[in-house]
Design a protein around this ligand. Structure first.
Ligand code: F6P
Length: 327
């Protein structure tokens, strides 16, 4: 067997997202094909500190691509958070000969990775979150599956809501980002979409719109509410009290994070995993892999943290225009 080029370890961190398994599989297989040993770290950054690390072979990632979740498990680590935690993690990686660490996660996981890189570990990030809230990339692993799961659930809600002449408040995930809510709002033709980025907390205006919609002949209404706005049960009670329309709240919750990944999540996650190994092999250091203008690309981790993104006015206004007849 020829000399190995080096050791790559991979972990998943933060909330799981469908497609993470496809990304892990790609890193393992591309890594082995390019002459590296690849190690899986169990339970995110905790797994480094607890030395829950195992070598992964080509066959170890068979039959994984079609499953949601992450077979490496995930965690949020309080021990890793302070600088001492990162120093310890870097020392363990060095002791085990791990020079490159691929981190699949969201913003919080990337903050950890960025700081870990200061202790001499080459970190490569893949965006894994259903929330789509990472500035440097137009796509995140898991968003497509999650938004389709939520969309299908809201289609079902609309049918029962319609049959009962009800209003439905449906809460979708997104603690500080409204992308799932916006996409469902458009895909499900919701009468109202409440996004943390846009909602002005003007509940009187919202109630007024619901009353006007009823007066215009709408027999049922769907209000998509992002988790970041929240209070869906209270909102449903208030709508019922102030409009006289029977109203129910449904919180979709963690069901949105599970499920069979869509083709898009499998394919993009696979390409991002292969790309991560490609740039390691090219000698690149401390990069985040993303998707922009139709291509997988990479950006310096420090530069990525200077970027911001928000929901455009056009998308939001168009969603409203398409759902509600003018006064
Ligand atoms: O994965 C992102 C996310 O779904 C957020 O939208 C949500 O607020 C959060 O995770 C909740 O995660 P947990 O319940 O696992 O802490």
């Amino acid at each position: 067997m020829s000399e190995i080029k080096g050791r790559i370890a991979i972990l998943t961190s933060g909330g799981d997202a469908p497609g993470m398994n496809a990304a892990i599989r790609a890193v393992v297989r591309a890594g082995i094909s390019k002459g590296y040993e690849v190690y899986g770290i169990i339970h995110g950054y905790n797994g480094i500190l607890n030395r829950e690390i195992k070598k992964l072979d080509f066959r170890d990632v068979s039959e994984k691509i079609q499953h949601g979740g992450t077979f490496l498990f995930t965690a949020r680590s309080s021990e890793f958070r302070p600088m001492e935690g990162k120093m310890k993690a870097a020392a363990i990686c060095k002791e085990l000969g791990i020079e490159h660490l691929v981190v699949i996660g969201g913003d919080g996981s990337f903050t950890g990775a960025k700081n870990l890189s200061k202790f001499g570990i080459n970190i490569i990030g893949l965006p894994g979150t259903i929330d789509l809230d990472i500035a440097y990339t137009e796509y995140t692993i898991g968003f497509d599956t999650a938004v389709n799961t939520a969309m299908e659930a809201i289609d079902k809600l609309r049918e029962t809501s319609n049959s009962h002449d009800r209003c439905s408040v449906v809460e979708v995930m997104g603690r500080s980002a409204g992308y799932i809510a916006l996409w469902c709002g458009i895909a499900n033709g919701a009468e109202e979409i409440l996004l943390p980025e846009k909602f002005d907390n003007n509940y009187d205006k919202l109630i007024d719109t619901i009353k006007k919609n009823k007066a215009k002949g709408k027999t049922h209404q769907i209000i998509v509410n992002a988790e970041g706005v929240g209070h869906s049960n209270e909102l449903a009670e208030r709508i019922e009290k102030e409009t006289g329309i029977e109203t129910r709240a449904t919180i979709l919750g963690h069901v949105q994070r599970g499920g069979t990944p869509t083709a898009r999540d499998r394919v993009y996650a696979s390409l991002m995993g292969a790309y991560a190994v490609k740039i390691i092999d090219e000698g690149k250091k401390n990069r985040l892999v993303g998707y922009k203008d139709g291509h997988i690309y990479d950006v310096d981790v420090m530069e990525a943290f200077t970027m911001t993104k928000t929901i455009g006015d056009f998308e939001y206004e168009a969603a409203m225009e398409l759902a509600n007849r003018p006064d």
